[in-house]
Design a protein around this ligand. Structure first.
Ligand code: ZN
Length: 416
């Protein structure tokens, strides 16, 4: 169970009247005790009332115990999730990696400090950067500082719904944003957002004429303008736009297709392909801006330290390393000498940086020792699968997917 799921289970226990800390007790006091009191006051037989109350109290006690069981179970769930997310033996892993010792050389230590400072600067934690400068004696790079400050300022404006500084940046970098091979759609999406946010239709049309028409050849401008017919003035409440309405990369959106997340306008019974501007879209727009800004200045799109920690901790790579070390021990040798992880680490799609090849015959993922090989026909197999076809000293083999023969020497190794 993931930590967040385990915490949600705890929260639902706390908010449910039958298991919250005061729930069963409140029922006991409010209901049974006060009823008993009233009965006594009205002159009912005290012995009967009390024995009745006793029964109720016993029942309430049972309820509390049942609730407690739920709590112990949920708390145990949180403990297990934490243990699963963070390897319990961090010191052991650290020792295993410490041969040869890590971060001993001066330049290695400086590089680590720089990575930490970069990470803090990206988050705008300038006080922490200053403290780090003092502690390490390093001065944070001026150029990086001013870039991080500018990015932080523009993103801050965007978070406040103010897009003019982002547009200004686009104007200053028009040539870069337009240049192949990755012309950017950022200016279009900025103007699109402003267009959709203008409540007055005629004002919106004027805006579209001067700012959106230049994108006519590359973006679905006419559809966008027409969509104003379907959008009720500034009522984003029915919109369920997801972050996918903006392209995540910087590919030019040359397609005339509207974004795929069509929103059904319940009142009109028609599909409005252009959801109104809402918070989620602004977040995507900010991410898009961040991406372009980093690309412009050759900065990594994501904080490298953040990615490493995310993959190691939440992604579970460290837990896998630790498990492999525990299970297979010495047989695997020094961890630092491992060429690949002995077990698979499942990663979300956003964290997959390299293409992998899975052999269509053996269904195994290609490795250094079993690389992909392309046959004369263009079909690709893992090397071992091709060798199997060559069994019995044959010089050539027929492709399993088409009738073309490939001689042993003609198969070529592929590099992804
Ligand atoms: Zn073939």
């Amino acid at each position: 169970m993931e930590i967040s799921a385990a915490l949600t289970a705890l929260e639902s226990l706390a908010s449910s009247p039958s298991t919250s800390s005061s729930g069963p007790l409140t029922i006991l006091l409010d209901k049974h005790f006060s009823t008993a009191r009233q009965k006594l006051l009205s002159g009912e037989d005290a012995a009967l009332v009390l024995s009745d109350l006793q029964k109720q109290v016993t029942r309430a006690k049972k309820d509390v115990e049942k609730g407690l069981k739920g709590w112990y179970g949920a708390l145990g769930g949180v403990g297990k999730a934490v243990e699963k997310a963070f390897p319990p033996n961090l010191a052991g892993i650290s020792e295993a990696y410490d041969d040869p010792p890590l971060f001993v050389r001066e330049e290695a230590r400086e590089a680590l400090d720089r990575a930490v400072m970069d990470s803090m600067a990206r988050r705008g934690l300038w006080e922490a950067v200053a403290a780090m400068e003092e502690e390490t004696g390093q001065i944070y790079n001026d150029e990086k500082r001013s870039l991080a400050e500018e990015l932080g300022r523009i993103v801050g404006d965007m978070e406040n719904g103010e897009l003019s500084s982002a547009l200004e940046w686009c104007n200053e970098n028009t040539a870069f944003l337009r240049s192949p091979p990755h012309p950017s759609s950022l200016p279009y999406y900025l103007h699109r957002t402003i267009f959709l946010s203008l409540p007055n239709p005629s004002e919106a049309m004027t805006y579209a004429r001067s700012h959106l028409l230049p994108f006519l050849s590359t973006h679905p401008v006419l559809e966008l303008i027409t969509s104003r017919l379907y959008i009720p003035p500034v009522s984003a409440s029915t919109s369920t736009a997801s972050s996918s309405s903006y392209p995540s990369g910087h590919n030019p959106s040359t397609s005339l297709e509207p974004p795929s997340n069509g929103v059904v306008d319940v009142d009109m019974g028609k599909v409005n392909p252009y959801p109104s501007v809402n918070g989620e879209n602004e977040v995507s727009l900010i991410n898009m801006f961040r991406g372009e800004y980093c690309r412009r200045h050759g900065l990594p799109k994501e904080d490298p330290l953040g990615v490493a920690v995310d993959l190691g901790g939440r992604g579970g790579a460290l837990a896998v390393v630790e498990k492999a070390r525990r299970v297979m021990g010495e047989r695997l040798g020094n961890i630092r000498a491992w060429e690949e992880l002995p077990m698979e680490v499942p990663l979300p799609a956003s964290r997959r940086y390299h293409s992998v090849f899975v052999c269509p015959v053996s269904k195994e993922q290609a490795t250094e020792s079993n690389p992909p090989k392309m046959l004369t026909c263009g079909h690709v197999l893992a090397s071992e699968s091709f060798d199997r076809l060559l069994k019995g000293g044959r010089r050539s083999a027929k492709c399993p997917y088409c009738p073309v023969e490939t001689s042993q020497s003609a198969a070529q190794r592929l590099y992804f």
